[in-house]
Design a protein around this ligand. Structure first.
Ligand SMILES: C[S@@+](CC[C@H](N)C(=O)[O-])C[C@H]1O[C@@H](n2cnc3c(N)ncnc32)[C@H](O)[C@@H]1O
Length: 273
């Protein structure tokens, strides 16, 4: 299969990918595997992250946290276990249902909504907001600006926004490729027999990567476009400043590890001005 190089950010299918009935079941299984890294980070990392977030954001029982793209609630449940009131929003119905069931079973102060954080209500007056696992980099610049504006409105004055980012250093290790296979990724994409094509394009001027999956299952052909925009801390700071945030700190990841300027990722703590 030969196709021409798509224009940068020329399609956006992220919410459809996460909410597809078959794919969301595959992703939930991966979220819940404590050692798997595809959907969520390993449990030991998440435990370390929550242990860092609570003091760093001065969270105490009754603090209110907005978890954007909360998945099945791995961070939200841990925060709520400390009495922190969490509102989780996620595009995957399946993950939200799991998150809600677990929170209800433990009577945790965590609430979950199925929705799109780019369009749906995020509430207001939150002390802090989280966007964890580099989802910022899956968004085109105009959607990043929209998300920052919406997150700012959902925070109280001085509220903090923590998110992690694929750094510019990540881009240099990525090369273009194309592969077509029956049952590509062992049935991940459909519960019907299918042929899948995975094309990867790189856009060096932008440090942008596109992974496009085309799935033909006899009934229909579907495409999923996954973008990863590798960003510098300076570029992220400029986007935050334009949206009414200031950078409080840049660290290596959301466990607070010191930043390696040549590393392939970093995390930002931004404060609502
Ligand atoms: C890589 S997972 C990370 C989940 C969670 N933050 C974690 O680290 O365990 C990304 C999550 O963001 C959600 N998501 C992606 N785009 C979204 C959108 N526009 N609105 C709401 N949720 C979204 C997906 O459904 C998925 O659960």
């Amino acid at each position: 299969m030969t196709t021409s190089r798509p224009a940068p950010f020329s399609a956006f299918t992220t919410p459809q990918f996460w909410d597809d009935p078959h794919i969301s079941a595959q992703m939930l299984a991966r979220h819940l595997d404590p050692d798997e890294q595809l959907a969520s980070r390993p449990r030991s990392f998440i435990d370390g992250s929550v242990a860092w977030l609570i003091p760093t954001l001065n969270l105490t029982a009754g603090s209110r946290v907005l978890d954007l793209g909360c998945g099945p609630g791995l961070y939200a449940h841990r925060l709520a276990g400390r009495g922190i009131e969490v509102l989780g929003i996620d595009a995957s119905r399946r993950s939200v249902e799991y998150a809600r069931t677990m929170a209800d079973a433990e009577a945790l102060p965590a609430h979950f909504r199925h929705g799109d954080y780019l369009t749906d209500d995020l509430g207001d007056g939150h002390h802090a907001a989280l966007l964890i696992y580099e989802d910022y980099c899956a968004l085109p610049p105009d959607r990043r600006a929209l998300l920052l504006a919406r997150t700012r409105s959902a925070l109280r004055d001085g509220g903090r926004f923590v998110f992690d980012v694929a750094g510019a250093g990540r881009f240099s290790g990525i090369t273009e490729s194309s592969v077509t296979a029956d049952q590509l990724m062992d049935g991940f994409w459909s519960d019907r027999p299918y042929t899948g094509t995975h094309e990867r394009w790189t856009y060096p001027d932008l440090r942008l990567v596109l992974d496009r999956y085309t799935i033909q299952d006899g009934r229909q052909a579907r495409q999923f476009w996954n973008w990863m925009h590798c960003l510098t801390a300076e570029a992220v700071a400029a986007e935050l400043a334009a949206a009414g945030f200031e950078v409080s700190a840049v660290v290596g990841d959301v466990t607070g590890r010191p930043r390696d300027p040549n590393g392939d990722a970093f995390a930002v703590i931004a404060r609502r001005r």
